[in-house]
Ligand binder design. Structure first.
Ligand code: SF4
Length: 263
């Protein structure tokens, strides 16, 4: 829930979700349409569908106990390296670094890493910097520094506990970095962008249940001045893999698309 939405907006959703699905069994057997309704406002419906699949696996294969081994966690739907690390640290108290976007930024500035260096390099540095104990608190503290002091656009080195050894702080001040235009540019025309536009258009045409790909492309063009057919097909195939649309007559060369019955 927190990957896309602010904490203050997640809190009521979290409590309401937990009251409806308090354990793996209830989540595993929940109808997908009910879950998607509960997820409204949190973005990316496929997350809750994957969480349901994970609940089914945990319920059936692991007797209702989430495994703690990284290779088992990362084999579950929707759990990648970051989520696996967060679960290992925060749920199982294991000594692993949790490198989210905030921590990544703090470490990048602290070590004076160039943006061309790979994320694995940052994870290695995070691993080396990890203290022998209190890693739970360590990870939380780095996340908090990234969220409140060493932010994307502004930094406040004078109150930062890392200021004495930070490579960037030693330069005095870091100019504010504006990422808004770059982020917007990356989003427009991306797979995420097409997925969102397609789902919105399908909901608008719900009464027809089935929509021709050509109609969809024309509607996208009217709405966005952009109708790259290859991108549309790629987004549709991803949506079908996530069980959010049905493609007809087949996955590879669809001519029509519809919303699945559970939506
Ligand atoms: S000292 Fe400044 S640049 Fe370094 S981590 Fe703290 S806020 Fe960020």
């Amino acid at each position: 829930m927190l990957q896309q939405t602010q904490v203050s907006r997640v809190i009521p959703k979290w409590y309401s979700f937990l009251s409806l699905y308090p354990n793996w069994a209830s989540l595993a057997s929940a109808p997908p349409a009910d879950l998607i309704r509960q997820w409204v406002g949190l973005g990316y419906n496929n997350r809750v569908i994957r969480a349901r699949k994970t609940a089914q696996i945990v319920h059936e294969q692991y007797h209702g106990r989430l495994p703690s081994a990284p290779e088992l966690l990362e084999a579950l739907p929707g759990i990648g390296k970051y989520t696996s690390a967060a679960i290992q640290c925060f749920a199982f108290n294991k000594s692993v670094p949790v490198v989210d976007v905030n921590v990544n930024r703090v470490l990048t500035r602290f070590y004076g890493i160039t943006t061309t260096q790979k994320p694995t390099h940052i994870r290695e540095l995070a691993n080396q910097a990890l203290p022998k104990k209190d890693t739970y608190e360590w990870n939380q503290a780095l996340m908090d520094i990234g969220a409140s002091i060493c932010k994307a656009k502004t930094i406040n080195c004078t109150i930062c506990p890392l200021t004495q050894s930070c490579s960037t702080s030693s330069a005095g001040t870091t100019p504010a970095i504006s990422l808004s235009n770059a982020s917007q540019g990356k989003y427009l025309g991306s797979n995420r962008y097409y997925r969102g536009r397609i789902l919105n258009l399908l909901k608008l045409h719900m009464q027809n249940r089935k929509l021709g790909i050509d109609q969809l492309s024309t509607a996208l063009q009217q709405n966005t001045s952009d109708n790259n057919m290859e991108q549309i097909k790629k987004a549709l195939q991803g949506l079908q893999r996530d069980e959010l649309v049905d493609l007809h007559p087949n996955y590879k060369e669809p001519t029509h698309v519809s919303l699945p019955k559970h939506l």
